[in-house]
Design a binder for this molecule. Structure first.
Ligand code: ADP
Ligand code: ADP
Ligand code: ADP
Length: 214
């Protein structure tokens, strides 16, 4: 299966993507995680991306699309993938369509996670991620690790993302509404969008997603 996950920052895309990818046996491809891995390795791409990310803005399309393409061309993505955080504007969606067309493949669904703003703000405020791998995600009250400040998955140190500050979150929500939400209409025109509510316990949302993808 080839799936795109969309939804506002903090909706639970990463959390759900990890679970769905495992259930569906496809790789979870998160452009945010790929950028953060580049930042921690201090690559040129990481240095470039960091200034945009810290301001809550999108990283320029050219580098983002090249990075996503490179990841989608890895052997493990041949049978399918779950894209989390890409595409994030209409021009990225068009680039993805061209890429898929070249490969002679199509998307199966675009899963739209819907959550009220008050909820995503609470989720982001308490989010803690692992320094070793930012796809290991926790929350100070909704999803506590067994030992405070320590990742349950790999033992790494948990920290608050630089862009999860209150001020940057306002910008990211604005960017979501103006730049990312239009891709929902873009994909509706292709008949691909399935919308589910992101409220409630993590497992319930996963169940809803699997049902919607059937
Ligand atoms: P969120 O929790 O907001 O969904 P992500 O980890 O997906 O966060 O993204 C964090 C940041 O990484 C974004 O605010 C943006 O700066 C950058 N980023 C991630 N994916 C993309 C993309 N497809 N295009 C441009 N920038 C991106
Ligand atoms: P996104 O990738 O959309 O930005 P995350 O998956 O990182 O979102 O989730 C944001 C925060 O909300 C994390 O701290 C996560 O533990 C928490 N979270 C995710 N899903 C739920 C849920 N169903 N209920 C409560 N908190 C959740
Ligand atoms: P409120 O105070 O607004 O009623 P809560 O703090 O009870 O909200 O919960 C906020 C969100 O986090 C809800 O979507 C709820 O289902 C979810 N949530 C609460 N506790 C947990 C938990 N232990 N695991 C996963 N999700 C949780």
């Amino acid at each position: 299966m080839r799936i795109v996950l969309v939804g506002p920052p903090g909706a639970g895309k990463g959390t759900q993507a990890t679970r769905l990818a495992e259930k569906l046996s496809i790789p979870h491809i998160s452009t945010g995680d790929l950028f953060r891995a580049n930042i921690s390795r201090q690559t040129e791409l990481g240095k470039l991306a960091k200034s945009y990310m810290d301001a809550g803005n999108l990283v320029p399309d050219e580098v983002t699309i090249a990075m996503a393409k490179d990841r989608m061309e890895q052997p493990d993505a041949e049978a399918g993938f779950l894209l989390d955080g890409f595409p994030r504007n209409v021009s990225q969606a068009e680039a993805l369509d061209r890429l898929l067309e070249t490969e002679g493949i199509t998307l199966d669904a675009v899963l739209d996670l819907e959550a009220p703003e008050a909820e995503v703000v609470k989720r982001i405020a308490g989010r803690r991620v692992c320094r070793k791998d930012s796809s290991h995600v926790f929350h100070v009250s909704y999803s506590k690790p067994a030992k405070e400040g320590v990742c349950d998955v790999c033992g790494g140190e948990l920290y608050q993302r630089d862009d999860d500050s209150e001020e940057t979150v306002r910008t990211r929500l604005e960017v979501y509404h103006t730049q990312t939400e239009p891709i929902i209409d873009y994909y509706k025109a292709q008949g691909l969008v399935v919308t589910i509510g992101a409220m409630g316990p993590v497992d319930e949302v996963t169940g809803r997603a699997l049902e919607a993808l059937k």
